[in-house]
Design a protein around this ligand. Structure first.
Ligand SMILES: [Zn+2]
Length: 267
């Protein structure tokens, strides 16, 4: 068998599974997309874990970021502005600055606009879902282009990944302001967690895309949906802990599979 023959077989197989996924989505009343690091990798953003991950390369960072920030917020911001930061943060930040949504992000936005996907819960902080036009979006680990008050939760757009000045105190309550991104040791903000749980409780189908399903609380949400009776569809180039509980588990990337799914559902 030649290589091209193998590719044909593989492509046929993907198309068949895409049709099956389209049938499950069509039969569902409320579909929630859940996206993880695998989605962003295709936009050139390195993951933290696994082969090529930032922590694999530079070592696992300290897990007490949030308590260190709270002890000395102005010192933290000063170091950030002066670029006195870990190498893995510089590599991530530079990747974020250059990243653009890929065709998988655009297809997911299209699926939402068509009413096939009702909301997206993302673990990614890169704002690419928002840029692609996804509107009912829950960024469970925050959005790196925003700032958030740790006292009242008010968010403002930074509009950039690179802060040039220490942010002013919160306009609402004069509280301490940090990146919206959730730090190690920081709880997921209440409003975000409440929205995520509410979406999960409405869902009868979860589209789990590029998530290894190992990072809480996002991984826990998928299991809650499953125990509520939701069907789980996985799109991931590799097997994950979710694979055994999936209705369909497609070995593919978001950039390949989601445009095919959108095309299939547009028929
Ligand atoms: Zn505030």
């Amino acid at each position: 068998m030649t290589n091209s023959k193998i590719t044909d077989v593989f492509t046929d197989d993907i198309q068949t599974q895409i049709e099956t996924i389209a049938e499950v989505v069509t039969a569902s009343k409320y579909v929630v997309g859940m996206t993880g690091a695998g989605m962003s990798v295709e936009s050139g953003i390195p993951p933290f874990r696994g082969a090529g991950g930032l922590w694999t390369k530079y070592g696992t960072p300290r897990m007490d970021d949030y308590s260190r920030f709270k002890k000395d917020p102005s010192g933290w911001w000063k170091r950030r502005i002066n670029e006195e930061i870990d190498e893995h943060i510089i590599e991530l930040r530079d990747a974020l600055v250059n990243a653009k949504p890929h065709q998988g992000h655009h297809a997911l936005a299209h699926l939402e606009a068509m009413g096939c996907v009702h909301s997206v819960i993302t673990q990614n902080i890169d704002a690419l879902d928002e840029k692609a036009g996804i509107t009912n979006l829950i960024e469970i680990h925050g959005n790196r282009t925003k700032l958030r008050c740790i006292d009242c939760g008010n968010r403002v757009a930074l509009g950039n990944f690179v802060p040039l000045y220490t942010p002013e105190p919160c306009v609402e309550c004069k509280g301490i302001v940090k990146f919206d991104t959730v730090m190690f040791g920081e709880p997921i903000p209440d409003d975000v967690m409440k929205n995520a749980r509410s979406e999960i409780n409405k869902a009868d189908c979860i589209l789990a895309i590029g998530t290894s399903a190992t990072v809480r609380p996002a991984s826990g949400l998928i299991w809650i949906a499953k125990s509520n009776g939701a069907k789980i569809i996985e799109i991931n180039p590799v097997k994950t802990k979710l694979t055994p509980i999936c209705e369909v588990s497609l070995r593919s990337t978001a950039g390949e599979a989601l445009p095919l799914l959108a095309k299939s559902l547009s028929k």
